[in-house]
Ligand binder design. Structure first.
Ligand code: COA
Length: 338
């Protein structure tokens, strides 16, 4: 079976370019061995992560996001001032306000664009992708830049071995434009949130509930807190469930998917999800070994990895899936059009 859907809207959205950026500095498993009681073998076997990139002090999420956006624009060979909107998925904005999107807009010179940030943790990118797609499909906009970017190192406790090994800093961007009449582009999505999981993965301090005080700092409330085992199980179950439901409602099976590009949280989560879906390993994009979990950045970074390896080609049917703090879950079906 293949994708031959009748367009539901006169205008469909497609991804027309991808760009990504990670800061040059590496934090390897060997480096972490010197910081916490851990070892390369444990991290590699339990997560698949070998190294991650982290920023130098003074580099913020908007810097990574702007660089990813510039790379994306360069691949499409268009100037920044042709963008109608910039949407940024992040849980580590430069500051609460202004939105990171505003800072990116001025850094890349996207005069005339509007935009905002969207907070959905590790599902942020695919949620933002759908919001951007609706701006294209409605006819309101011609070019929307969707960016997933996080500086996770800014909210990690580098004395907590159960979290600090998992995450890295990075950004990825995609350009959304209207599909040509013979193109399909973005097809369908299913998203779910479940706030009953809020305290399994969260950063409790700094918001309106626990504003920053010397006490919140002493209690380490400005760092990521996680019940790793609980998150692991729900992540596998829900990513598989939503992906399966999305395939079924579009008359597809895993065999119809050319490439599965999941959120990169843990290689074992990815493989267990794929196994439930009946997706063979050669169809999965996995780059977590190099980058760790960059939260908003993982899926567009993985798209860029697949493009650079020649694995992502025009006409392919692609499944995206994500899971993150919230809980937030998502699955997206699309056809690759460039
Ligand atoms: N190095 C060495 N040992 C470690 C360690 C580390 N970095 N982190 C934890 N351990 C220890 C634990 O203390 C525990 O020791 P104990 O048995 O003496 O108590 C042991 O390893 C097993 O811990 P456990 O938490 O059961 O390991 P795990 O196999 O569940 O792996 C995670 C831990 C965090 C890697 C895993 O739970 C995970 O990936 N969860 C999902 C995280 C995630 O993806 N979050 C983002 C979602 S978007």
């Amino acid at each position: 079976m293949s994708l031959s859907l009748k367009p539901r809207n006169p205008v469909r959205a497609k991804i027309s370019a991808v760009g990504s950026f990670v800061p040059p500095r590496l934090l390897t498993n060997a480096d972490l061995e010197k910081m916490v009681t851990t070892n390369d073998q444990w991290i590699t076997e339990r997560t698949g992560i070998r190294e991650r990139h982290i920023v130098d002090q003074g580099t913020a999420t908007s810097d990574l996001a702007a660089e990813a956006a510039r790379n994306c624009l360069a691949h499409r060979n268009i100037p920044a001032d042709t963008l109608d909107a910039i949407l940024v998925a992040t849980v580590t904005p430069d500051m609460f306000f202004p939105a990171t999107a505003c800072l990116v807009q001025t850094k890349i010179g996207a005069a005339g664009a509007w935009g905002f940030d969207l907070s959905a943790a590790c599902s942020g990118f695919i949620y933002t992708l759908q919001v951007g797609a609706k701006l294209i499909e409605s006819g309101a906009h011609k070019r929307v830049m969707v960016i997933g970017a996080d500086v996770m190192s800014s909210i990690l406790d580098y004395t907590d071995r159960s979290t600090c090994i998992l995450f890295g800093d990075g950004a990825g961007a995609v350009l959304l434009e209207a599909a040509e009449p013979d193109e399909i582009g973005l097809v369908d999505f299913i998203h779910e949130i479940d706030g009953s999981g809020a305290s399994a993965l969260y950063m409790p301090g700094g918001g309106s509930l626990h504003p920053s005080t010397p006490e919140t700092i002493a209690a380490k409330m400005h760092f990521v807190h996680q019940e790793g085992g609980a998150v692991f199980k729900v992540a596998v179950r829900k990513m598989a469930e939503l992906s399966e439901a999305l395939l079924t409602r579009n008359g597809l099976t895993a065999a119809d998917i050319d490439l599965f590009i999941p959120h990169q949280a843990n290689k074992r989560i990815i493989l267990a999800t794929a196994e439930r879906l009946g997706m063979p390993e050669e169809k999965i994009v996995i780059n977590i070994g190099q980058y760790g979990n960059t939260t908003g950045g993982t899926i567009p970074l993985a798209m860029d990895t697949a493009l650079s390896e020649g694995r992502l080609k025009k006409g392919m049917t692609i499944l995206l899936a994500s899971f993150g703090g919230g809980y937030t879950v998502g699955a997206t079906l699309l056809r690759w059009e460039f």
